[in-house]
Write a protein that binds this ligand. Structure first.
Ligand code: AMP
Length: 397
C-alpha cells in the first residue's frame, strides 16, 4: 500500500510518499511560499533533489504540482496517481470531537470547520489541503490525524482550568495539548527500543523544538501535557511566552493600549527566547551568542532549561514517578548541552546523564548512566510515519 502524507501550513505543504509494505519513504518534499510569485518546490527521491521556482497561487495548484512530480518520468517514483492508495493529513486541532484519527467524510469536514475556532491559524490551511486533495483525487480515501487526539485520554482534573464551568461547557475552554502525534510515536518507539511493553512504562516525553511540549505518558496513554487550550502554554519557546500569570495579559493590554490581536502577536511571535535574548528564536544562535558573552542569550537559555526541568518534576508528580525521560525534535535530538543543563539536578528522581553517551545527535540512543534508575533516551520523532500508519490502519478496516 502506498500512502501520501500531507502537512499543509498557511503558505507551505510538506509531503512524503511512503510504501507501507516496508515503511520506505519513496519521495518527500516541501512547497514553500504558496501564493507568492517565487514559490519553491523542493522534491527529493532516491538520494536526488530537484527544485522548482514558479508562481503557485494556491494549495490546489501545489498538490497538482506534487502529483505531477511524483509521476514524472524523471523525478517520479510511481507511474500514475492511481498507485496512491490513501492520503493522510496532519490536522492540528481535533477538539473533543476526535480522540483518534479518522476517515474524512463530508460530516468530518463539517466537524473540522467547527474545530477551526480553536486553531484559527492552523486548522484552515489543513482543511484547504484536504479539500485540494479530495478535489484532485476524489476516489482516494483521505484520513485526518490530529495533534490533539493523543491527549484526549487526560482526566478532567488535568484538562480543566479554574474558570467558570460554563466556559468549558459552552466554549470548549480546556487543555487540549499538542504534538500528540510526536509524543505517540516516541511512546511506541521507546517501548520498542527498551524491549518492554508501553503499558508498563511511565514516560516523560520532551518534544523540544521551535515549539516545545512535554507529555506524561502512563501505560501508553497521555495523562497530562504542558501545552493547553493553544500551543502557547508550558515552557517559554522560540517566540512563545509559555506559562505566565494571566493577569499580565490585561495589565499589558491596558498599559500599552494593545488590541487582543496585538497581545496575541506579542505572546506568540515576540516573546520566548527571542523576546528575552533580543538575539534569535533559534537555539543554535543563542548557544553561540551565550558562548560569546551575551548575557540575555544566556538568561534565555537558563530560563528554558530551568522551566523544562521544573515541568519534568510536575509531570513526574502527576504519574507518581517516572521510568524514562525521552528527548525529541530539533533541540531535544541535537542540543547536547541543552540536555545536560535540563537534566542537571534530576538525580533526585534517579536520572543521571552519561556525558559520553549524551554526545549524540539525531538517533535513538540511551544517554543515561547504567546506574540511572530513570533512563534517559534520545528518540528522533517521526510524525509522518505515524500519519502513514494510521492512514493504512483506517483504510484497511
Ligand atoms: P524543530 O522545531 O523541531 O525543527 O526544532 C528547531 C530548533 O532546533 C531550532 O531552535 C534549532 O536551533 C534547534 N536545533 C537544531 N539543531 C540544533 C543543535 N545542534 N543544537 C541546538 N539546537 C538545535
Amino acid at each position: 500500500m502506498i500512502v501520501l502524507v500531507v502537512n499543509c501550513g498557511s503558505s507551505s505543504l510538506k509531503y512524503q510518499l511512503v510504501n507501507m509494505d516496508n515503511e520506505e519513504v519513496m519521495a518527500k518534499g516541501l512547497v514553500e511560499k504558496i501564493t507568492l510569485p517565487d514559490a519553491r518546490l523542493t522534491h527529493k527521491w532516491n538520494g536526488r533533489k530537484k527544485e522548482i521556482v514558479q508562481p503557485i497561487p494556491d494549495h490546489k495548484v501545489a498538490v497538482k504540482l506534487v502529483l505531477d512530480l511524483l509521476t514524472d518520468p524523471e523525478a517520479g517514483v510511481i507511474k500514475s496517481m492511481k498507485e496512491i492508495d490513501a492520503v493522510g493529513h496532519r490536522v492540528v486541532h481535533g477538539g473533543e470531537e476526535f480522540a483518534s484519527s479518522t476517515l474524512i467524510t463530508d460530516e468530518v469536514m463539517k466537524a473540522l470547520e467547527r474545530c477551526s475556532a480553536f486553531a484559527p491559524l492552523h486548522n484552515p490551511p489543513n482543511i484547504i489541503g484536504i479539500k485540494a486533495c479530495r478535489a484532485i483525487m476524489p476516489e482516494v480515501p483521505q484520513v485526518g490525524v490530529f495533534d490533539t487526539s493523543f491527549h484526549q485520554t487526560m482526566p478532567p482534573e488535568a484538562y480543566m482550568y479554574g474558570l467558570p464551568y460554563e466556559l468549558y461547557k459552552e466554549d470548549g475552554i480546556r487543555r487540549y495539548g499538542f504534538h500528540g502525534t510526536s509524543h505517540r510515536y516516541v511512546a511506541d518507539r521507546i517501548a520498542e527500543v527498551m524491549g518492554v511493553k508501553k503499558e508498563d512504562l511511565r514516560i516523560i516525553s520532551c518534544h523540544l523544538g521551535n515549539g516545545s511540549s512535554l507529555a506524561a505518558i502512563k501505560g501508553g496513554r497521555s495523562i497530562d501535557t504542558t501545552m493547553g487550550f493553544t500551543p502557547l502554554a508550558g515552557m517559554l519557546m522560540g517566540t512563545r511566552c509559555g506559562d505566565i500569570d494571566p493577569a499580565i495579559v490585561c495589565t499589558v493590554m491596558d498599559k500599552h493600549n494593545l488590541s487582543a490581536q496585538e497581545m496575541d502577536t506579542l505572546m506568540n511571535k515576540k516573546s520566548g527566547v527571542l523576546g528575552i535574548s533580543g538575539v534569535s528564536s533559534d537555539f543554535r544562535d543563542l548557544g553561540e551568542a551565550a558562548a560569546a558573552g551575551n548575557e540575555r542569550a544566556r538568561l534565555a537559555l537558563d530560563m528554558f532549561h530551568y522551566q523544562v526541568r521544573k515541568l519534568i518534576g510536575a509531570l513526574a508528580a502527576a504519574m507518581g514517578g517516572v521510568d524514562v525521560i525521552t528527548f525529541t525534535a530539533g533541540v531535544g535530538e541535537n542540543g547536547i548541552e541543552d540536555r545536560v543543563a535540563i537534566c542537571e539536578g534530576l538525580e533526585y528522581m534517579g536520572a543521571e546523564l552519561d556525558a559520553e553517551r549524551n554526545n549524540v545527535r539525531g538517533k535513538d540512543a540511551l544517554i543515561s548512566t547504567d546506574d540511572s534508575a530513570c533512563k534517559v533516551y534520545v528518540i528522533p520523532t517521526n510524525e509522518e510515519i505515524m500519519i502513514a500508519r494510521d492512514t493504512k490502519d483506517i483504510v484497511s478496516r
